[in-house]
Design a protein around this ligand. Structure first.
Ligand code: FAD
Length: 482
């Protein structure tokens, strides 16, 4: 009689290029596909609201794909260790296969599972597939972790990327004790802030593939020139699919290489896009070697930074009511769609940390709850990068000016007008600085500053100086070079 193996789905909600599935289905084993919603293990980092919304739809899609192949996705909620033991016992499964995760709590969990399941005679095996290169496989000549992106990426490019694996599973288990997905209440109600999100997103493996193909067919050639323009649909929007594992970076890599072979003139743009996938790799690599990154300053002297906690400032930033149009547009795009353009993420993050002197962790937490691509590695590393405390971070004194950033990357004010409609009628000249508009321009645009749209929450020059003074304090009080 053939044995049963559990395929424990985690952040790998796909069937293609899934090494754990290939391994589970070998030797005539029947595969029992299982997803466990484990709210307890991750501590502070249990999934945010936007991620839960995505997860609901992604699980629907995965369940349908498995059903079409003759299997059934089993859903269970609770402590992963307990549930894996229970399901093994009840179904007679003798092995558990999964993809590796890289969050510090996950590595600990995997070691524990290896021991405890092993004590019960159950084999526990984990596989890669989430990254191009496993952490630890790309190291400096001295054998240590890279702390700077460019040499890291150069070293990555010297290594082969394995080709993606085809889907393989001949036989599914018919054990079927599953929770109802609806009973998990992953979708928001009263209010349903995600009411229109399916207009923007198609969670699931098919949605991910469609997006990749659409991007490579129609958009990638302008990626290098337009990726910084938030009004233009010039980036892949694959981050949430990647985060939930609906597509693997190897699949993306292989398609990119093929694109360059077929259309060599796109090579520069495709290389740029691949380098962004490289930033994702770098973030995971940093998280692996420096697991405190999501909560502690990478550059230790920043632990002393004189932040000025202020709930009202934080609330106005979260709601997109700072009076700086590009910042408010970004924060409102995030709330309305679960995503924010990368350039604008940098601007709003810099504004929170440097203009408002709020701790980067406050922004990181807000993004964690509101982004559909919220990712412990990329979010933590990016926030520290912007705050100046991270590995290979932007120098602290490079403080984004939200007006010039808006004027440079949203010249016609299209992005601002889309998300801050009260400014829609302002002429381009003032759309990024409505406080400079003369009375008659404001009247014609039907805006009363302070009533229809806020006055700036801080004065840019004063805020900049305050940030530099704060930075000076940590430089003077701490001998560690930055
Ligand atoms: P594309 O430009 O098409 O890039 C392709 C892929 O490369 C992305 O899907 C993503 O997986 C990866 N990538 C691109 N830029 C970065 C980057 N700087 N760091 C790591 N990976 C990158 N990205 C997340 O996936 N999750 C997060 O929680 C997250 N938080 C961020 C917080 C801040 C403050 C900042 C400045 C950036 C953050 N990013 C995060 C990185 C980046 O903004 C998004 O990955 C990108 O905007 C997603 O859009 P896209 O898929 O169209 O990107």
């Amino acid at each position: 009689m053939s044995e049963t193996a559990i395929l424990w789905f985690r952040q790998d909600l796909r069937l293609n290029d899934l090494p754990a599935l290939q391994a589970a289905s070998r030797d005539d084993r029947k595969v029992l596909p299982l997803y466990i919603l484990d709210d307890e293990t991750p501590g502070d980092w249990s999934m945010g609201g936007a991620s839960r919304w995505w997860l609901h739809h992604s699980l629907c899609s995965l369940a349908a794909d498995i059903e079409a192949l003759g299997g059934q996705l089993i859903l269970r909620r609770g402590d992963a260790k307990k549930i894996l033991q229970e399901v093994c016992e009840a179904s007679g499964a003798t092995s558990v296969f999964c993809s590796r995760r890289y969050e510090p709590w996950a590595s600990e969990q995997e070691l524990l599972l290896h021991e405890t399941l092993g004590d019960h005679g159950i084999e526990f095996k984990r596989y890669g597939g989430t990254l191009l290169h496993e952490p630890g496989s790309v190291l400096t000549l001295g054998g240590g972790p890279f702390k700077v992106f460019t040499p890291f990426w150069r070293a990555c490019q010297k290594q082969e990327v394995a080709p993606p694996l085809p889907m393989q599973c001949d036989s599914w288990s018919n054990w079927s004790k599953s929770d109802e997905l609806a009973s998990w209440n992953l979708l928001p109600t009263s209010p349903d802030w995600a009411e229109y999100w399916l207009d923007h997103w198609t969670p699931g493996e098919n949605g991910a593939q469609e997006r990749l193909h659409g991007f490579l067919d129609e958009t990638v050639s302008s990626y290098a020139d337009q990726r910084d323009l938030p009004a233009v649909d010039a980036t892949s929007r694959l981050s949430a699919h990647l985060h939930h594992g609906e597509i693997s970076p190897r699949q993306i890599w292989a398609m990119c290489e093929q694109k360059k072979l077929e259309l060599p003139h796109t090579a520069t743009a495709v290389n740029k896009f691949q380098a962004e996938i490289g930033w994702r790799e770098f973030s995971y690599h940093l998280l692996h070697f420096f697991p405190a990154i999501p909560h502690s300053a990478f550059k230790e002297n920043f632990a002393e930074f004189p932040w000025q906690p202020d709930e009202e400032r934080l609330r106005r930033w979260q709601r997109g009511e700072t009076g700086y149009p590009i910042v408010d547009a970004g924060m409102r795009e995030l709330w309305a769609t679960g995503i924010m353009h990368n350039r604008v993420r940098m601007v709003v993050a810099s504004f929170l940390c440097k203009h408002l002197l709020q701790h980067w962790r406050k922004g990181e937490e807000w993004f964690w709850d509101t982004l559909v691509d919220a990712d412990l590695a990329s979010n933590g590393c990016s926030w520290q990068w912007v705050a100046g405390s991270g590995a290979d971070a932007a120098p602290y004194f490079r403080i984004f000016n939200p007006v010039t950033q808006g004027e440079k990357f949203d010249k016609q004010g299209e992005y601002v007008r889309r998300w801050v409609p009260e400014l829609a009628k302002l002429p381009n000249k003032y759309v990024h600085k409505p406080w400079e508009a003369p009375e008659d321009a404001l009247a014609q645009a039907e805006i009363k500053l302070g009533t229809d749209y806020p006055e700036p929450i801080v004065d840019h020059r004063e805020a900049r100086q305050a940030a530099l003074d704060a930075y000076q304090q940590i430089r003077l009080s701490n001998a560690t070079p930055t």
